[in-house]
Design a protein around this ligand. Structure first.
Ligand code: FES
Length: 167
């Protein structure tokens, strides 16, 4: 995803001002960039780095050290599919295959329309509902490949309606 300079400046200038003339600000600066842009975008690091006199490569180096920073855009909805033992026994592999077939993305990837990021995770702590899929902060239990897709279709429809676009 590329940003126009004007878009970037509007989004990042308040962050630049917050950290101007301050020392040792790399981590909070990176966190603010990620919160504003959605991930640690190379263009954003170059912009804030130039404004603050910190080499973008240095900021990037710090970011790669911490698991909290993302280097790819994240979808509007994060879909966590449990691949723990109880969910595996109850068929989570078939759900994973269906998500991959339908959305065209694998574990850790984001759909092209930036609607969904898929993450395979270990036990979500609600094994009695296996197989479990968590979308954002909502837990969906006793999923089937079909019901998992229905949940995501519902979210997509809702989102399109809100934005007044057809999907
Ligand atoms: S194994 Fe999936 S919720 Fe525990």
């Amino acid at each position: 995803m590329a940003f126009a300079i004007s878009e970037m400046s509007a989004a990042l200038d308040p962050i630049v001002e917050k950290y101007r003339d301050k020392q040792g600000v790399a981590i909070p600066l990176l966190a603010d960039v990620q919160s504003e842009v959605g991930y640690v975008a190379q263009e954003a690091l170059e912009y804030v780095g130039t404004e603050l006199g910190i080499p973008a490569a240095e900021l990037f180096g710090v970011a790669t050290f911490y698991a909290m920073f993302r280097f790819q855009p994240q979808g509007k909805h994060v879909v966590r599919l449990c691949r723990g033992t109880a969910c595996h026994v109850q068929g989570s592999a078939r759900i994973a295959e269906q998500l991959e077939r339908t959305l065209g993305v694998k574990d850790g990837e984001t759909t092209e329309d930036l609607m969904f990021t898929i993450q395979h995770v270990a036990c979500l702590g609600c094994c009695s509902l296996a197989p479990v899929m968590m979308v954002d902060s909502t837990v969906h239990g006793r999923m089937t490949p079909e019901s998992a897709i229905a949940v995501l279709d519902g979210l997509r429809d809702e989102s399109c309606k809100k934005e007044g676009v057809s999907c």
